[in-house]
Design a protein around this ligand. Sequence first.
Ligand code: GDP
Ligand code: ZN
Length: 289
Amino acid sequence: MREGLIIKGYGGFYFIKSGEETWCCRGRGRLRREQSPLPGDRVFFTPLEQGEGVIESIQPRKNSLPRPPIANVDQVILLVSLAGPEPDLKLLDRSLVLCELKGLGVLICFNKVDLVDSEQGKELDKIYRSAGYQTILTSALYGTGLQNLRQVLAGKVSVLSGPSGAGKSTLLNALDPKFSLATGEISRKSKRGKHTTRYVELLPVGEGFVADTPGFSSLELPPMKRAELSRCFPEIYQFAGQCRFYDCVHINEPDCEVKNALEKGVISSTRYQDYQQFLEEVINKERIY
Ligand code: GDP
Ligand code: ZN
């Protein structure tokens, strides 16, 4: 038996990367009944003839995402364009909360640095760095920051997520022109189709793999406790333990260390505003569920 990584599933076939080779496998019947294999799964398979094989077993998963269907995600890279389209920080903050809830490693890639003056990019970058996130600034068009991106992709399974037009395909093509993914306005229409019909594929970059996906399919926050939300904002959570009330939600309570940090400018006001808005959503859901 050999060991490998599923990089793509297609019509009952699974493409497995094992060392430098790629094998086309089916799953044993037993497997299909118990747990269907996903891209990102580490599997044992029996080689047959001509690059074909049979998957015998799936190794335990550390996590899995339903959409895109992918297993063992090490990190999510949220791609945000600094211009064209303008960055949607509310969407970014919401995506960050969803990653935190799932316990996924996350980092932010600000793309299209060539379209803004450097101060503009740095300002946004600083907000998220001081919130506790790792960030990268790139220009997929000019190749800026690609080395940094390669470094964070090394040896990991990453999901590249971001709104349409942020530059996902252009960035992946810049990492490896062999991917030749469709980019740009002309293909916009067919790409919409692409994202609904296409299969998830893990693309090899260096010693790592990256899957490009549309943004999170549902951006609605799931039902959760109020305190859980503050855990999803690292810069808020670090002060939450020092508030006077143990159940402080950092809105109107006295002696709130989060509000103090906000007033001192240690916590960014746009991040705090999004926290406030999401908290309202969480509280509204508490009434329904
Ligand atoms: P996707 O929908 O996220 O895959 O975005 P695309 O890769 O298709 O890119 C959308 C548009 O933005 C295309 O016209 C790209 O040429 C352009 N684009 C992507 N990255 C950059 C960049 O770093 N700088 C500039 N100026 N344009 C970019
Ligand atoms: Zn507080």
